[in-house]
Ligand binder design. Structure first.
Ligand SMILES: NC(=O)C1=CN([C@@H]2O[C@H](COP(=O)(O)OP(=O)(O)OC[C@H]3O[C@@H](n4cnc5c(N)ncnc54)[C@H](OP(=O)(O)O)[C@@H]3O)[C@@H](O)[C@H]2O)C=CC1
Ligand SMILES: O=C(O)C1=N[C@H](C(=O)O)C[C@H](O)C1
Length: 268
């Protein structure tokens, strides 16, 4: 049976592409589409909004009201909206794929607690490429060993509200884990003024914001006399949306738990 998907924030940049990816996937149908409470979009057809034709799926602003219409909620919205939707999905026993970024450590604990009751996929980047890159980066760190300075550079569009990106932080975690370091202790977020010489244990982050950049990430291993730069560039949001829809079809058959894209793609 087709997996019935609900898309939160259906008018957002990701929301619209998620509707398109749901329609394109032969194993999924759009069961519900959500917008902010009181939005003038309520009642409009979600397919029409996403530019994929009429789907006979009226946009709603109340997740509890439509909870019997979907199996998995895909949520790429904001921290507040995602946590509100998580509470509803937990109460109504609905699975959830979360792509929203920018959560604090405490908020991430809330996600793992919810994983005791419902199946959840939470990943800062749903593209296949970035999830392969996570493994490549960890292996590169292990093979190079100490003596290489690690810097993570990310670039995104002018509308992005969180920095560094969730993906950059996840890449940082992968490097820190490979070197047996704690990212919270070694991360350096930007530099200014008289910084002193670089501490070799640190992992640096640099953020670029501008225009319509979909999402670029580079992990730089800089040694003496050589450097390795591992780069992923997303050129379309469809890569994230297809990953999220794939995660939803996978999640439908999983027991409660907090999973990531490495689980979905069998990369662990
Ligand atoms: N994991 C991944 O692969 C990816 C993750 N992302 C992440 O997804 C998130 C969304 O990105 P993007 O689509 O570009 O953002 P947009 O701003 O384009 O869309 C956000 C959507 O969420 C809705 N929303 C925001 N706050 C609330 C609220 N409090 N209540 C109800 N609805 C709300 C917005 O509604 P309104 O328009 O009314 O404000 C809008 O529909 C970000 O955190 C981003 O980092 C993005 C791409 C890939
Ligand atoms: O906000 C975005 O656009 C993106 N956010 C994600 C992140 O923070 O890592 C993933 C992607 O790069 C696009």
């Amino acid at each position: 049976m087709a997996c019935r998907i609900a898309v939160a924030g259906v008018n957002g940049r990701m929301g619209r592409v998620l509707v398109e990816a749901t329609v394109q996937n032969p194993d999924t149908i759009l069961g519900a589409a959500l917008v902010r409470q009181g939005s003038p979009l309520v009642g409009q057809d979600a397919g029409q909004l996403a530019g994929v034709g009429i789907l006979n799926c009226a946009i709603d602003d109340d997740l509890s009201r439509v909870s019997s219409d979907f199996d998995v909620l895909i949520d790429f919205t904001s921290i507040d909206a995602t946590l509100e939707n998580l509470a509803v999905c937990r109460a109504q026993h609905r699975a959830m794929v979360i792509g929203t970024t920018g959560f604090s450590a405490e908020q991430k604990v809330m996600l793992s607690e919810a994983g005791q009751d419902i199946p959840l996929v939470f990943a800062p980047n749903m593209s296949i490429g970035v999830n392969v890159l996570l493994g490549v980066v960890a292996q590169t760190a292990r093979l190079l060993g100490e003596g290489y300075d690690v810097e993570i550079i990310e670039a995104h569009h002018r509308h992005k509200v969180d920095a560094p990106s969730g993906t950059a932080l996840r890449l940082g975690e992968a490097v820190a884990e490979a070197y047996d370091r704690d990212l919270a202790e070694v991360a350096v977020y930007g530099r200014e003024g008289h910084t002193g010489a670089r501490d070799p244990q640190t992992i640096g982050f640099a953020t670029v914001r501008g225009g319509d950049v979909v999402g670029d990430h580079t992990v730089l291993f800089a040694g003496i006399g050589e450097r390795i730069e591992l780069t992923h560039k997303a050129s379309s949001r469809m890569t994230f949306a297809q990953g999220a829809v794939r995660a939803a079809t996978w999640l439908k058959n999983q027991p409660p738990g907090l999973y990531d894209m490495q689980d979905v793609l069998g990369l662990k």
